[in-house]
Design a protein around this ligand. Sequence first.
Ligand SMILES: *Cc1c(COP(=O)(O)O)cnc(C)c1O
Length: 420
Amino acid sequence: MQKPWEILQNKDPQVYQLIEAEFKRQQDGLELIASENFASAEVIASMGNVLANKYAEGLPGKRYYGGCEVVDAVETLAIERLTRLFGAKFANVQPHSGAQANAAVFLVLAKPGDRILGLDLAHGGHLTHGAKVNFSGVIYESHFYQLEAGSDLIDMNQVREHAHRVKPKILIAGASAYSRTLDFAEFRRIADEVGAYLVVDMAHIAGLVAAGLHPSPVPHAHVVTTTTHKTLRGPRGGVILWNDESLSKEINKGVFPGTQGGPLEHVIAAKAVCFQEALQPSFKDYQLDVVRNANTLANALIERGFKLVSGGTDNHLLLINLSDTPVSGKQLEEALGKIAITVNKNTVPGEKRSPFVTSGIRIGTPAVTTRGLRQADMEHIANWVKQAFDHVADDAYLAKLKGEVESFARRFPLYPNWTS
Ligand SMILES: *Cc1c(COP(=O)(O)O)cnc(C)c1O
């Protein structure tokens, strides 16, 4: 099978070369960014087709444009598969991204100036949970709960106390850099005590939830948002789920016309393909391997002297805490980049360095697990991380390691069915 961008080779060699270069970068390295994954060739193909030509503002059966019979069926299928996958009654599959899903939900659940309460960005929260530089912190009065000092865990007593003090309109649960299980039932009890809506943003853990490896927020939250491209392994995008029919009209309005125009029906088709993949038994096996790999890697790093935030992981990611070391998150990220291992620096609880330098490295296993790496391979990764840490400033040494990592990575071909 030809690579989908082969058609560009003669027509637009500049863009062709850039896509080729990115494909090579992805194949030659090890992708450990916790929010990334490799969507299937089927998902990729579903994004590149004539559905992209169609305007379809509105919802299936209620559009502002003619000619929507086919995209109506596509979108209806995506909604049906998604609600089946997560056991939710209702869904909107149009958000262009996770941030857009949150914007749509916040727009209809809170008014400008209302209070929202979420996990502090520096403690693992997401920008859209109230950060001052984001719409959520500009439009709403944002408040934050933090991890408990010492354990690095979300302390539900602190969340409760904070919620009673702030009386938020929206309580947000969900994180981008938290390696432990979230107690959605308790979050809901707190939301009920203070009369808040509970919005759970499961962007990072949606794949684990779909596979039954993390408790589902769907029975507890008023509204659940997620991305589709992280552990769920679909196209870049967002979706919204809920159970209470009385919210349907408002949530759908929050997406269109509230925060978006025409939906990306080609991406919605790819979402439908992703949901069908996630409904297969093999998807559960994949997520089991993701979690096992993260746990094995966590232990292997601890054995090599690294400290982890919260001491380990229950899910697909872990955070190395470099606070007590002379090496910063930025330095280790750059050193790993030089050996073809991609990670991101991250703040840690009680951060002493600046947000551009940081004392943390976030590592996730979803992408390398898709690639085919298993528990024994995590020992290699831990060794490379340790060697990069020990030789952050030794470019000659790092260059030698890069060769090792690349020849290892090539043993796990990406998209093996594509030829050129
Ligand atoms: C990644 C993420 C998002 C945003 O997703 P985008 O598609 O990048 O907009 C929102 N919330 C959480 C918790 C995330 O981790």
